[in-house]
Design a protein around this ligand. Structure first.
Ligand code: NAI
Length: 329
């Protein structure tokens, strides 16, 4: 099911206080969108850091997390997934009242049982498919970021209606809100990260390797494959026209080359790799591995960053970006 503005009603929020817990990427964007949608009773819960200061500068009343949750009927949990279980246990759970609603922006902790909300609260998911700054920018342009929506627990019988009201408040129904489950959100999110991104990166690095071996200057290979942003533009066109229909923007030579390449490439090894990732995600093996890694202070994450930062490809990429003045544009 896909919901739009006409399917959601903001008036369900009129007698509810909303606590936005975490005023970071998503928190700031969603709090500002709620206020601009006319949802007046929004407070911020944040530890005493720059984010709390930012919330106050933006005109919100800001409390510590326990203080905001105890005042609220609806809690947006918008802190990093890694810290959420401990914060939930210490500052959120003890301050919830029966009938309150907790809104997650990621299915991860509930899917793997790292957060188990009490039976007497409503639990929903409103996961924008967009980074926080875009959630805000699209809203100010009169548009909205699409979102996945799910009801995990409906203690009051109103979770669905209130959740859709919240979706309207953050601007998501302007675009489209797709109903799903926490498990599906977690799976598709982790699959994009683990199955899709590494293959894109490998494809680009493989093309670079082959071209440089054949004498193509590294900066030319890099510019052609993604530094020019042509690739980013093509994906934008694919999102509005379709993967194949956007080919009409390319030359006939390009169309023929692309379609022949598509036909001749064997995707099966890639599919097998993706099935492996899916198994690790769905069995919880990846989640457990990542938890153990965090307990040890993320040594492998740090090592991987170091390895890739020092690779010849990345060094050359950074140099090229600097020479061409492309950084942080
Ligand atoms: P973020 O990294 O911007 O969060 C920063 C906020 O968390 C700050 O307010 C900070 O004070 C607070 N915080 C950090 N560590 C803390 C701790 N130990 N105790 C208490 N508060 C702490 O988070 P972001 O990226 O906005 O993510 C929030 C949620 O939104 C997550 O569930 C994430 O999966 C989800 N999400 C994020 C998207 C993104 O593009 N960043 C997209 C869609 C969903």
């Amino acid at each position: 099911t896909v919901y739009h503005d006409a399917d959601a009603d903001l008036s369900v929020l009129s007698d509810r206080t909303i606590a936005v817990v975490g005023y970071g990427n998503q928190g700031r964007a969603q709090a500002l969108n709620l206020r601009d949608s006319g949802v007046s009773d929004v407070v911020v819960g944040n530890r005493a850091d720059d984010s709390r200061q930012q919330a106050r500068e933006d005109g919100f009343e800001a409390f510590d997390i326990a203080g905001a949750v105890s005042r609220a009927d609806v809690v947006f949990l918008l802190i990093p997934d890694e810290v959420a279980p401990a914060v939930y246990e210490e500052a959120i759970e003890p301050n919830l009242s029966p009938g309150d609603l907790v809104n997650f922006a990621s299915g991860f902790n509930v899917t793997y049982g790292y957060i188990e909300p009490a039976d007497d609260v409503d639990v929903v998911l409103l996961a924008p498919r967009m980074i926080g700054t875009m959630v805000r920018d699209l809203y100010t342009q009169g548009r909205g970021a699409p979102a996945l929506f799910a009801v995990h627990q409906d203690a009051t019988g109103e979770a669905h209606e209130v959740g859709l009201g919240l979706a309207k408040g953050i601007g998501a129904t302007r675009s489209g809100v797709v109903e799903s489950t926490f498990e599906v959100e977690t799976t598709t999110d982790l699959m994009s990260e683990q199955a899709l991104f590494p293959l894109f990166a490998h494809a680009i690095m493989a093309k670079y390797r082959v071209e440089v071996e054949a004498g193509v200057p590294p900066e030319v290979a890099l510019l052609e494959s993604y530094l020019s942003r042509e690739m980013a533009y093509i994906f934008e066109q694919a999102a509005t026209k379709g993967m194949i229909e956007q080919l009409l923007l390319h030359s006939r030579t390009s169309q023929y080359g692309q379609l022949k390449g598509l036909e001749s490439f064997d995707p099966e090894p890639m599919v097998a790799y993706m099935r492996d990732r899916l198994d690790a995600i769905q069995s919880g093996a990846f989640a457990e591995e990542w938890r153990a890694e965090q307990r040890e202070g993320t040594p492998h994450l740090d090592e991987l960053f170091e390895t890739y930062r020092q690779s010849a490809f990345v060094q050359r990429e950074q140099e090229t970006m600097e020479t061409l003045g492309l950084g942080d544009q």
